[in-house]
Design a protein around this ligand. Structure first.
Ligand SMILES: C[S@@+](CC[C@H](N)C(=O)[O-])C[C@H]1O[C@@H](n2cnc3c(N)ncnc32)[C@H](O)[C@@H]1O
Length: 360
C-alpha cells in the first residue's frame, strides 16, 4: 500500500472509488467564509455539496470509521446538522486556537474569531482517547516550557546601569521627565546575569516606527539639547507593560519591558495555537493533526482518506502517525499545473506518493 494523491474533484473520486474501505476519514472543506484564499471559498450550494459527498462516503467506510471534520464557527452549526443526520454519533467538538488574535494587555474593542472546531462522527460508539479533548497537565507544562524557552531566546536583551536611575541627570521635554544615561553608564547585552540588570527586567528591543505609539517618544527625545543616538534615555511615567513605569529609548530603538514574567501565550486547555504554513493560511498544523490521528488510531487502522488535500499537511501528519493516505485535491487557483502546491510540499517533506490525475 502506498500514499496516493488524486488530483481531481473529490465528488468524482467518491463516485468512482471501489478499492479498500477507509479506517479513518478527514474532511477539511472550504468553510464558505467568503475569504480570498488560494481556492474558492464561496459556494451557495455549500450545504448540499457537503451532504452529497457524505452520502457517497458512507459506501466506502466501515461503521467504526471515525469521520473527522474541521470547521469554522460560521459553518459549525450546518456541519453539525449534516453529521447528526448521517451518523449515529457526533462527539463533543474539539476546539483549537488558530491564531493569537488578541492583545493580552489590552481590552480590545473588536471581537475576532480565533478558534476552529473539529467534529468527529461515527456510526459506532468508538473508544476515544480523552486526551484529545483536554490537554493533560503534563502535556500543558511541557508546551508552556517550550514556549518560555522560545520567548527567552527572542526577548533576551538586558540593560545594566552602573548606578541607580536616580543618580542620573534629568530634563523635562513636552512635560515628560527624561533621565539621561550616557554611553559609558549602561550596558545592553544578552550576557548580563539577569539578577544584576536593572530591576531584573528583560527587554525586547524594538524599532520605533512612524504610526507606532513610541514614535512620539522618539520625537520627544530628539528635542533634548545635544541629543545623542548612543545616549540611553529613560522617559519616566510612561505606561510600561510590567511596572517599570517608563520606557528606555536608544537612537530609534526602544526597549519594551517583558519583565521576569516573560510574556507567554499559555496554550488554551482546549487546544493550542500553531500557525499554518506560508502561503496557505488554512493549512492545518501538523502537530495538531498528529494528535487527533493518534487519539483515534487503533491497531488495525491503517488507511486514511483526506478528502480536501490543500497543502498536504494532513498527509505528512498521517505519515508520522503510521497511516497510509489517499488524498484528493482538485488544485488551487492560478497554479502552473493542478496540484503543484501540494505535490511540492509533499516532496519537500520527503513523502512518497503516487499522483493520479483526472486523465489516468
Ligand atoms: C481548507 S483547505 C484544506 C487544507 C488542508 N487540510 C491542509 O491542511 O492544508 C480546502 C482545500 O480543498 C480543495 N477543494 C475544494 N473543493 C474541492 C473538491 N471539490 N475536490 C477536491 N478538493 C477540493 C481546495 O482547493 C483547498 O485546497
Amino acid at each position: 500500500m502506498e500514499n496516493k494523491l488524486y488530483i481531481m474533484d473529490n465528488l468524482k473520486f467518491l463516485q468512482n472509488y471501489k478499492d479498500q474501505k477507509f479506517d479513518i476519514v478527514y474532511i477539511d472543506p472550504p468553510y464558505n467564509t467568503n475569504n480570498k484564499f488560494k481556492y474558492e471559498d464561496k459556494n451557495k450550494n455549500w450545504y448540499f455539496d457537503i451532504e452529497k459527498r457524505i452520502n457517497l462516503l458512507k459506501n466506502i467506510i466501515y461503521s467504526t470509521t471515525p469521520v473527522i471534520v474541521s470547521i469554522s464557527e460560521d459553518s459549525l452549526f450546518y456541519m453539525y446538522e449534516i453529521l447528526k443526520r448521517k451518523f449515529k454519533y457526533v462527539f463533543e467538538p474539539f476546539v483549537w486556537q488558530t491564531k493569537n488574535c488578541y492583545n493580552q494587555n489590552k481590552i480590545s474593542n473588536i471581537s475576532a474569531i480565533c478558534h476552529e472546531y473539529i467534529l468527529i462522527a461515527c456510526d459506532k460508539k468508538i473508544k476515544t482517547n480523552e486526551e484529545i479533548y483536554y490537554l493533560n497537565k503534563e502535556y500543558q507544562e511541557e508546551e508552556i516550557n517550550k514556549i518560555i524557552e522560545l520567548k527567552k531566546k527572542r526577548y533576551n536583551l538586558k540593560i545594566k546601569l552602573k548606578q541607580n536611575l536616580k543618580e542620573y541627570k534629568t530634563v523635562v521635554i513636552d512635560g515628560k521627565e527624561i533621565v539621561i544615561i550616557p554611553e559609558t553608564e549602561y550596558i545592553i547585552s544578552k550576557e548580563i546575569d539577569i539578577n544584576e540588570s536593572y530591576k531584573k527586567h528583560l527587554y525586547q528591543k524594538r524599532t520605533v516606527q512612524k504610526g507606532h505609539g513610541s514614535f512620539r517618544y522618539y520625537q520627544t527625545i530628539q528635542r533634548i539639547p545635544n541629543f545623542n543616538k548612543n545616549t540611553l534615555y529613560f522617559i519616566k511615567n510612561v505606561k510600561d507593560k510590567y511596572n517599570l513605569n517608563g520606557k528606555f529609548l536608544l537612537g530609534n530603538n526602544y526597549f519594551q519591558s517583558i519583565s521576569n514574567y516573560i510574556k507567554i501565550k499559555i496554550p488554551s486547555f482546549l487546544g493550542y495555537y500553531q500557525p499554518g504554513i506560508k502561503n496557505f493560511q488554512t493549512a492545518k498544523p501538523i502537530k495538531l493533526m498528529e494528535r487527533i490521528l493518534t487519539a483515534f488510531k487503533q491497531n488495525n487502522q491503517q488507511l486514511l482518506l483526506d478528502l480536501y488535500g490543500g497543502s498536504g499537511n494532513v498527509i505528512i501528519a498521517a505519515n508520522n502517525t503510521g497511516f497510509k493516505t489517499i488524498s484528493v485535491e482538485k488544485g488551487l487557483i492560478n497554479e502552473e499545473f493542478p496540484g503543484k502546491f501540494i505535490i511540492e510540499n509533499l516532496q519537500k517533506h520527503k513523502i512518497n506518493f503516487k499522483v493520479i490525475n483526472d486523465k489516468n
